[in-house]
Write a protein of this length. Structure first.
Length: 63
């Protein structure tokens, strides 16, 4: 079980990095504030998911 979760950790971190990069790019282009808010919400949600995956991997690796 933990090996499956270990494979999801890089995917979760890359998803957060991609959305963060898109948010920074959007900020530099000064697009719309609405899109910036959507990207911020996606980033926060993906960060939460990444933390859950990491904590689950640690939990199952110990047990």
């Amino acid at each position: 079980m933990s090996t499956v979760l270990y494979s999801f950790i890089p995917l979760a971190l890359m998803a957060v990095a991609v959305v963060l990069g898109l948010g920074l790019w959007n900020m530099l282009k000064e697009d719309g504030a609405n899109r910036s808010q959507k990207l911020m919400r996606w980033r926060v949600g993906l960060q939460f998911a990444a933390i859950v995956v990491v904590m689950a991997a640690i939990y199952f690796a110990r047990g």
